[in-house]
Ligand binder design. Structure first.
Ligand code: MSP
Length: 492
């Protein structure tokens, strides 16, 4: 059934985050990127669905709740709420948030697993291997460093249990073909190459259940086992759309929005998303996501953020210092999406001042002041008052849109700051204070054209810095100038 029957739709997802710890800027980063895409596509007039969620089952969460001395569900309620609050703080305009402990998720997952079993893609076998609770996955001998998980710096546990397995191997050639044909894109290219090389390694079938983890969804065909947390977590992307194998229970949302247009993930979870997830979908003959945008990892002041180092940066810390839009800017502007990067607090003050206070902030306030002084606050657009920079405005928007279409999110954002720098320079060259005395009519034309440019910049900026973008657009929409006040107070 074709997905886009009438209006074009756009479905974007974030990973659902583990709730064993509070949200940090790593989580904020991928969520803001998804928010930018969702807002951008809404502005393009597409019917957009933006999903977020929390990953609440499994051994890792059970362990964290035990440490807190709380029953698992109570712990999950408290922690999931912290993510919700964080998204509110960061002005994330998501459409729905799924929790894996919700009934709607469980029902969808049970229906999916039952169907896999019915179609004979699941078999039982004995399994043993090294398991890292931090990653919630089995590691190979080769991946261990002195018996420890290199990511979580904790000893892996030897586990031997009866498990149910999914016939992954059967689907690997098809997945490879879908990637190579561009039917399931993995961006950037180097992440695609990583996935393709994994596919060539003849991956073994993977376990879909756990024998000794009680905190999970019971396997419908053997309730002595729970569903492996990754297998149910991946299904959040369709459970939020009300997926069911029974047509009558299938949600309208699923019909409308699946397959996802963009799934935002981090590079460390690409094997699960770009191989295991498509394989599960293929087993039920469901369409595959169109694109994975795979983000890099960033360090904080040169170090990996970790609880043990005590350097986990909460989004709130940045917001208190730089404001919501300031924080969104600082996270998105430092390095291209897909690359690894570093967030250094010292550099943040400089970046904030240079780009926000001194560049765009200054431009808005100087043009606003001139409009009040020379145009008595009127931004009229009479036909005879030609827009001098019409071409420039067109190219600002075209360049920005082209970069967005190529998923060059950081570059698209920075292109607006380049435009703002150019306009600041242009004003210096034009010398409005002189023109006011010698050629007031020409100055008027310039001012109308500059406000138009700012309106364009505000419109493009809005998905990234929603409040700022809205204030700039309102200020220069005309016919009355609406003073936006100081957008970004300078920080010392
Ligand atoms: N629960 C799984 C995902 C299941 S999705 C079906 C999980 N959760 S997580 O809480 O560990 O979040 C991982 C994601 O958070 C990464 O893939 C990435 O998007 C984001 N980041 C976490 N730390 C990050 C950085 N230091 N830098 C950039 N992004 C980071 O894995």
């Amino acid at each position: 059934m074709p997905k886009n029957v009438s209006k074009k739709t756009f479905y974007v997802t974030t990973p659902i985050y583990y709730i064993n710890a509070k949200p940090h800027i790593g989580h904020a980063y991928s969520t803001i990127v998804a928010d930018v895409l969702a807002r951008w596509h809404r502005n393009l007039g597409e019917e957009t669905f933006f999903s977020v969620g929390t990953d609440e089952h499994g051994a890792k969460i059970a362990e964290a709740s035990e440490k807190q001395g709380l029953p698992q569900k109570e712990f999950a309620d408290i922690m999931s709420e912290k993510f919700r609050e964080c998204w509110k703080l960061l002005n994330i305009q998501y459409d729905d948030l799924i929790r894996t402990t919700e009934t709607r998720h469980k029902e969808s997952v049970v229906s999916f697993m039952q169907e896999l079993y019915k179609r004979k893609f699941i078999y039982q076998a004995e399994y043993e291997g090294w398991y890292c609770k931090g990653c919630e996955k089995f590691l190979t001998e080769k991946e261990l460093v002195s018996g420890m998980c290199p990511d979580h710096k904790r000893p892996a546990e030897w586990i031997k249990e009866k498990n149910y397995f999914f016939k992954l191997k059967k689907f690997l050639p098809k997945i490879q073909q879908m990637i190579c044909d561009g039917d399931m894109q993995i961006v950037p290219k180097k992440r695609e190459n990583e996935v393709l090389s994994l596919l060539k390694q003849n991956l073994p079938d993977f376990s879909v259940s756990r024998q000794n983890v009680r905190w999970g969804i019971p396997l419908p065909f053997d309730p002595t086992q729970t569903i492996y947390v990754w297998v149910e977590a991946l299904q959040n992307y369709i459970s939020i759309l009300v997926f069911s194998t029974t047509a009558a229970q299938q949600g309208e949302r699923f019909q409308k929005f699946w397959p996802a247009d963009v799934q935002i993930i981090g590079k460390e979870i690409s094997k699960f998303h770009c191989i295991f997830w498509p394989a599960l979908l293929l087993a039920l003959a469901l369409p595959l996501p169109k694109k994975f945008l795979v983000g890099g990892f960033f360090t904080f002041d040169g170090q990996k953020m970790s609880k043990s180092l005590g350097n986990v940066l909460a989004p709130k810390t940045l917001v208190e210092r730089f404001g919501v839009d300031g924080t969104r800017f600082l996270l998105l502007s430092q390095f291209p999406y897909g690359e690894d990067g570093d967030i250094a607090l010292a550099g943040c003050v400089e970046r904030y001042n240079a780009h926000l206070a001194d560049n765009v902030g200054n431009l808005v306030s100087r043009i606003g002041t001139m409009i009040q002084k020379y145009l008595q606050g009127r931004i009229e657009t009479h036909p005879e008052k030609q827009i001098i920079l019409e071409e420039t405005n067109k190219s600002i928007e075209e360049r920005f849109s082209a970069l967005m279409a190529r998923d060059q999110i950081q570059e698209a954002l920075l292109s607006l700051f380049e435009a703002s720098t150019k306009l600041n320079q242009h004003i210096e060259e034009v010398k409005p204070w002189k023109l006011a005395k010698t050629h007031p009519t020409i100055l008027k034309q310039h001012l109308l054209s500059w406000s138009h440019t700012l309106h364009v910049i505000g419109r493009c900026l809005a998905p990234f810095l929603p409040n700022t973008g809205e204030r700039i657009q309102r200020a220069f929409r005309g016919p009355e100038f609406q003073n936006p006040g100081i957008l970004f107070p300078k920080i010392s």
